[in-house]
Design a protein around this ligand. Structure first.
Ligand code: MG
Length: 163
């Protein structure tokens, strides 16, 4: 059994007007994340972590914003496609850990739903998905509420028979 880890980072600007999609969950606040897709920074960071673990490219190469097909794309669909790409190389996710850095919205009420939605897209259980929220203690662009950032680590395994 081979095991690898990948890291992913993403940030999106917060703009007026909801709802906000984060971690595959629609959060009913009068804010949203601007972006070419639905702006789901958690899903994007995980997508890059999954691709990175398998050295299988990155989200910008896989879903270029120059392609109209990616406009308003469901980010969980992007994640599912990344999982399918690494599966072609024999890799499957076993665990994901995410830190979200945001002053708002409060994520705790949505944590269980996000872990379930992300786990379903990854093909793992909610118990194998961790989503942790932090503020930036009021400092800088995150502290001013201009946007949010996410860091994700994905662990992938490949059995030797899949090589
Ligand atoms: Mg993004």
């Amino acid at each position: 059994m081979a095991t690898r880890s990948g890291i992913g980072y993403d940030s999106h600007r917060l703009v007026p007007g909801g709802p906000l999609t984060l971690g595959g969950v629609r959060i009913p606040v009068p804010l949203s994340l601007s972006g070419h897709s639905d702006g789901d920074a958690i899903a994007h960071a995980i997508t890059d972590a999954v691709l990175g673990a398998a050295a299988a490219g990155d989200i910008g190469e896989m879903f270029p914003d120059s392609d109209p097909a990616n406009r308003n794309r469901d980010s969980l669909d992007m994640l599912r496609r990344a999982v399918a790409r690494v599966a072609e190389r024999g890799w499957h996710p076993t665990h994901v850990d995410v830190t979200v850095i945001a002053e708002q919205p409060k994520l705790a009420p949505h944590n269980a739903a996000m872990r379930a939605a992300l786990g379903a897209a990854l093909g793992i259980g909610a118990d194998d998905v961790s989503v942790k929220g932090k503020t930036n203690e009021g400092m800088g662009w995150i502290g001013r509420g201009e946007g949010i950032a996410c860091i994700a680590v994905a662990t992938l395994e490949r059995s030797e028979s899949d090589r």
